[in-house]
Design a protein around this ligand. Structure first.
Ligand SMILES: NC(=O)C1=CN([C@@H]2O[C@H](COP(=O)(O)OP(=O)(O)OC[C@H]3O[C@@H](n4cnc5c(N)ncnc54)[C@H](OP(=O)(O)O)[C@@H]3O)[C@@H](O)[C@H]2O)C=CC1
Ligand SMILES: O=C(O)C1=N[C@H](C(=O)O)C[C@H](O)C1
Length: 271
């Protein structure tokens, strides 16, 4: 069988480079194009060399149209406005669109849903196996422990370059906790605390964000009760855990119908 042809958009970014390396390691996947934004200093450079590999003969381009038309899927870890545009192009080309971009608005999400009428849209705040398994465990723990007895707080830390907060993963874990509790995260989340906040409201899910250095991704969900705290946590030590998951998602998506999916679907962890 021929390789699944994948385009990496945002090819010169931290995740773009990592994705190019991951594709080169996976049997059945091949890099078919590498795209950066117009004006990027990397246009025309060899994408293999940019990713720290041997030259692969695929120059970085700023024209996604022909790249998408000739591909089976696109791996997109860029920024929200770019991902919305790429989703529309993926729908036109009827291909798989794996979206890792975080910080997207509700309006952006509606556009991804619309693109899912023609494309296979897979979107997750975290493509690692570990975090998706953690989300399943968080849901179970939140379900098992009463809201009146155990307070849920989500803590995350990332590198100094990260531009959105809380992280997509923190929100994913918060959603899992809310699902376990049978509540809507949007109605019960406390994203920021400052000054005279008053005592903690029962049943809320709090978030705390740290930024600094080169931390790849640290997430903890604390269930704090009287006299004990349960902590469920994940440490990403290398971006390859996200990239390998994203390539796996693209290969899985290749045999699915158009629609909207997430990494829990890809890993078969939903019950
Ligand atoms: N879901 C997951 O598992 C993970 C998600 N992420 C998310 O992925 C995103 C990217 O993270 P990271 O790689 O660290 O960020 P970077 O800033 O290193 O990379 C983003 C890249 O996208 C490029 N880009 C921006 N706009 C366009 C466009 N219109 N067309 C093509 N390329 C474009 C940027 O170019 P330029 O710099 O020139 O603007 C840059 O090279 C973030 O939202 C992050 O949260 C990260 C890791 C894992
Ligand atoms: O920006 C990052 O780096 C990461 N972003 C994702 C997020 O927002 O959760 C995933 C990972 O933690 C790294």
């Amino acid at each position: 069988m021929s390789d699944v042809k994948l385009v990496v958009v945002g090819a010169a970014g931290r995740m773009g480079q990592s994705l190019i390396r991951a594709i080169s390691e996976v049997d059945g996947a091949a890099l078919s194009a590498a795209v950066e934004r117009p004006g990027s200093q990397h246009l025309g450079e060899d994408s293999g060399v940019v990713a720290g590999l041997a030259a692969n003969g695929i120059a970085i381009t700023d024209d996604p149209l022909p790249a998408f038309a000739a591909a089976d899927g696109v791996l997109d870890f860029t920024m929200p406005a770019a991902s919305v545009e790429f989703a529309a192009l993926a729908a036109q080309a009827r291909i798989v669109h794996v979206i890792g971009t975080t910080g997207c608005s509700e309006d952006d999400e509606a556009k991804f849903d619309a693109a899912g009428r023609h494309a296979r849209i897979i979107k997750s705040g975290n493509y690692s196996l570990g975090v998706n398994l953690l989300a399943v465990l968080v849901k179970q723990a939140a379900q098992a422990l009463a809201a009146s007895d155990y307070d849920i707080e989500v803590l995350e830390m990332h590198h100094r370059h990260k531009v959105d907060a809380p992280s997509g993963t923190a929100l994913l874990l918060g959603e899992a906790a809310a699902e376990g509790r049978g509540i809507k995260l949007g109605e019960k989340s406390v994203m920021v605390r400052e000054g005279q906040t008053g005592a903690r409201e029962d049943g809320t899910i709090g978030f705390a964000t740290l930024r600094g250095g080169s931390v790849v991704g640290e997430h903890s969900v604390l269930l704090a009760g009287e006299g004990e705290t349960i902590t469920l946590s994940h440490s990403a030590l290398d971006r390859q855990v996200f990239s390998r998951g994203a390539v796996k998602a693209a290969l899985w998506g290749h045999s699915q119908k158009p629609g909207r999916y997430d990494m829990i679907d890809v890993l078969g962890l939903s019950n």
